[in-house]
Design a protein around this ligand. Sequence first.
Ligand code: FEO
Ligand code: CA
Ligand code: CA
Length: 751
Amino acid sequence: MTIAPESRPLLELAAPPTGPHDGPHYARGKRSAVTCRLKCADACSHPAPNESANEYFRDVAARALSRRVLLGGLAAAAATVVVGAQVAGAPGASAATSAGAAGRGSGKGLAFGAIAPQDAGVDAFVVPEGYEWSPIIRWGDPILPGGRAFDPARQSPEQQARQFGYNVDYLDILPADPGDVRPQGKTKRGTRGLLVSNHEYTNAGIMFDASYDAATRRAIERAAWGMSVVEVRRDREGSPWTYSRLSRLNRRITVDTEFRVDGPAAGSYLMRTVADPSGTRVRGTLNNCAGGTTPWGTVVSGEENYNANFRVNGKDPRDARYGLKDAATSYGWELDDPRFDGRNPGYEYESHRFGWVVEVDPYEPDEAPVKHTAMGRFKHEGANVILSKRGHAVAYMGDDERFDYVYKYVSKERFREGSSRAARRHNKTLLSEGDLYVARFAGDSPAAEIDGSGAVPSDGGFDGTGEWVPLVKDGTSRVPGMTVEEVLVFTRLAADAVGATKMDRPEDVEPNPLTGRIYVACTNNTDRGKAGKEGATEPNPRTTNRDGHVVEIIEDRGDQTATTFTWNLLLVAGDPSVNDSTYFSGFPADQVSPISCPDNLAFDADGNLWISTDGAPSTIQKCDGLFKVTLTGSRRGRVEQFLSVPREAETCGPVVDSRDQMVYVNVQHPGENGSTDDQHSFFPDYLGEGERAPAGAWRGPRPSTIQVYKTGRGEHPGHGNGHGNGHGDGHGHGKGDGWDGPGPFPWPRHR
Ligand code: FEO
Ligand code: CA
Ligand code: CA
């Protein structure tokens, strides 16, 4: 039996699992087997592909002391670490969180009391007191002409290509006018906007019943990948949005959409196939994970675990560095389309055409999106662009693999102000030509003090200096023996060659628009310190790092184009009540929300950091969530949980609009470990067993874009006012003009 969401325990501590299933038995420190197979092609079951022998402490002694003075106030803050608060057995973090929940949070910005962490088996979306939530759009909701209301028994590739796609990751809502785009937290969204979402991958095991043949299933899956652009509107600021199913700006970008390739590797022999002898036109984008909204109002999106979709011929050893193999893929697309099989003559290099940053202009629905080779090819988590003081576009990027790297791109040209067509046309070339760097970090503490336990070294912090090592600069390769084209197509190998620092799976790398400081979410790395693998280093100080950490980078002179920086760890994640290796910049560990596996990062208008997580069910046995982290003052390092996503889901794409007192997240892979006969999540429709499903609804998990807003900010616009039950044909409901909420449910019904 499913417990109705409104009666689920919300703030009780250590709530027992609800729903019909026992909580999953996670103790091994890995994400679920299903997620591993589908999302990253079982990356963790294979050796990490970085077998290079980069020397980490090569320059430590020479640089450490001379640079410590530059750490200034940060070092002083770090020195106030209360070591005693970090030992196991300290007052339970959950109890402290409960106490925190009684207050009004800390710092400026969105006002809320932290929620209690939810047990990993809880199938509920939980928000703080005083807030409500509802979906803006769900997997399967129609967004293009001809799209029907979602009906899982009558899916087809053609329908899916007209519907919102599956596993949602990056998310933003851009204002109606690109000239109104502002740095994170500052954008005034008004009452019309463009919702942009990534669709990273699919999970056939919970999408389809047995009536679909395998080839049809695969074709539907392919149509559910990629990206969506959907126009949204609302009655007033601070109230919930509803989406348009008929807007001219609505768009699906799938594995069949044509992309233009630009930058130095466009047209290279390394990019050519028999279907595209020019090497400049690629069909589709894949594994779109995180991303960023540029200052000129486009969206950049990272092609991440694309190796899951390609079989290669096994003849090029460079492919192994990307996890590409001459083996059947779990998706099986090579059975349907020759380009997914590199053994087919003429398609040897098709896999080179993925693993890029792509740029989409949501305001130009007829314009081909672009793959930017100047930004390098790796497992791009995403990219986040900030303007330097002189107007260069600077993009920070993570390569999400154990022992892989952090990158920076600096445009050659400068940003042009305004949103005129000419200015936007110019700005859309900024990611086409520039310099590409990879990060090398050095710690300032003796190596012996970084013992892998997470113990804070005697100088009071995990910190040091670093440099951005050029791979391509001024149009020339800075990597001996590699051409520019080779550096850009085989960027991992280029970075190996210059001795980049191996990190613990760098996901989002996000500049704080208020301070210019950069934050790197290292999500985890259980291989660190294993036999034959690199051990603890000051920027990655734990062996068997299950819970991850966050690095703060401060560019020298406050210049985003600088080639040197200082850094420190903002936090070393975990549940402090059971884990004595956590660190929160000196903030008492018994007063934080437990947090594990940081993934996506965002900032609010006041410069607070927000972290969404991916993996907490498998590490601290809690549902993933969204957390606020205070960055300044005496509460620097304080972590407060804002929301919790349902069972087996990860939290993605956070947008925090403290001015509107609204928060948006993408909920990815709810109920991932279930099956169509045994669903583990019923989010977000939450139909009861035997309950009649209104048109467009389903009793099963649906990756969805969720909005959280203050209680009483207005009825969800898709409901009420005569929008009740007259939706039999699935067309034209809502307000009769093509504006449509996600279904005729009595939302909001969740607290
Ligand atoms: Fe798709 Fe690195 O998460
Ligand atoms: Ca140190
Ligand atoms: Ca991610």
